[in-house]
Ligand binder design. Structure first.
Ligand code: SF4
Length: 396
């Protein structure tokens, strides 16, 4: 059973961007070092001091989680006042916060009017807990087992919007200042809404901020980017981010994968496996994670387990077996438990770690493949019309 908590009471420190206020000031929360430098310059900081001020801002925002410029005592009062006149430190608004009976927390976050994404904190995984972030609102890829795939792409998230998801979770978990002891969010997985490699520039910039040792300091080896197989971008992901790679695999032959992950028609298994074998930095301590959703009577036979072992031969790999998490009108059923265990056993005996992922947050629709928001793509002209109507109604 899930329960919605009182958001205002649960997040006492963090102010929220009020999107209903026209001309709201931009927020520095989520910006990278270069953008912070620009902001400092825009507030009259001299060129020769801009880098230093940006570094100070970076530390306050991402190490201390500051929500007020007044706290920034190593920045002179005049500069703080100018910053406060032009910027805020607000996070995007949380529209809904659900906590599962197993401790999983799901946040529905409003990035702009009508543009919402979901972020999920899963405790007791990895070293302590993992945060599953979204990189797009909706998705273009229509994987048939995935609820997000039923929502048309609204837009890519900016780097700041991806970083803000991490900040929101850390606000909620009272994780400031950043420390290496007793961390709750130790790992970040790009497995929320969207295909990260279709938004690689922003994903890469957000990882620079999230992993920066002077800020939230979540190491690149603790960040995993999952792709459904955008082959031409896989090497670039490794070179630019140096993060761990996960592949949303789910089938061992092209005919079935074409059906489950339609992107396979464009980049079939042979091309995908070649790109994986060439992933920069791949070695035994830096394995690729393969996600394999267990669908009853579809991809869960022992013959398929043997085919999986054959397909991955020579690749340092870990296989996450994911019991299918149903969503309304989903066309599949989860494999029976003994079948999942037998599948795992076969893969395991072949030398691959093949943990069966315990379903988490199913009761709040936070489990793998269940994320979806109600956001729809609205044309810019339509948005403009809506804003004008709102302003007219407010007598402006
Ligand atoms: S599994 Fe990932 S890539 Fe496929 S539809 Fe869902 S969100 Fe998109």
């Amino acid at each position: 059973m899930s329960h919605a908590l009182n958001i205002a009471a649960a997040n006492v420190n963090a102010p929220r961007i009020d999107e209903s206020t026209p001309h709201a000031l931009p927020s520095l929360a989520g910006m990278g070092r270069a953008q912070l430098r620009e902001a400092a310059l825009a507030c009259g900081v001299e060129e020769r001091k801009a880098k230093m001020r940006a570094n100070q801002l970076f530390g306050w925002i991402y190490h201390y989680g500051s929500t007020s410029f007044d706290e920034m005592t190593n920045i002179d009062k005049e500069t703080r006042a100018r910053l406060a006149a032009h910027y805020t430190l607000d996070r995007p608004r949380i529209l809904e916060r659900l906590v599962s009976t197993d401790g999983t927390r799901k946040y529905l976050i409003e990035l702009a009017p009508g543009v919402e994404c979901e972020t999920v904190f899963i405790p007791d995984v990895a070293r302590s807990g993992a945060l599953c972030v979204s990189s797009q609102v909706g998705c273009t890829l229509n994987c048939t087992f995935c609820h997000t795939g039923t929502q048309a792409l609204v837009r890519n998230l900016t780097a700041a919007e991806i970083v803000a998801q991490v900040m929101i979770a850390r606000d909620d978990l009272a994780e400031w200042p950043s420390s290496n002891d007793d961390r709750k969010v130790t790992n970040i997985v790009f497995m929320g809404m969207g295909e990260p490699l279709y938004n690689l520039d922003h994903v890469s910039d957000s990882i620079d901020t999230i992993s920066d040792p002077e800020g939230m300091a979540i190491g690149r080896r603790r960040i995993t980017v999952s792709t459904s197989g955008v082959v031409p971008k896989i090497a670039e992901l490794g070179t630019r981010t140096n993060t761990m790679l996960a592949i949303s695999l789910h089938a061992t032959n092209d005919a079935l994968r074409d059906e489950l992950v339609p992107l396979n028609k464009k980049y079939p298994l042979k091309a995908l496996m070649d790109a994986i074998r060439a992933y920069p930095g791949l070695n035994n301590s830096r394995r690729i994670t393969f996600e394999y959703v267990m669908l009853k009577g579809v991809n869960d036979s022992l013959a398929e387990a043997r085919a999986l072992v054959k397909l991955l031969k020579g690749v340092p790999a870990k296989i996450n077996l994911i019991p299918f998490n149903p969503w309304p009108n989903s066309p599949y059923e989860c494999s029976d438990w003994p079948q999942i265990v037998a599948f795992a056993d076969l893969v395991n005996k072949a030398g691959y770690a093949s943990p069966i992922r315990t379903p988490r947050g199913r009761d709040i629709f936070a489990a793998c493949g269940q994320l979806r928001s109600e956001s729809k793509k609205v044309k810019a002209s339509e948005l403009k019309k809506q804003r004008l109507a709102e302003q007219a109604a407010a007598g402006q």
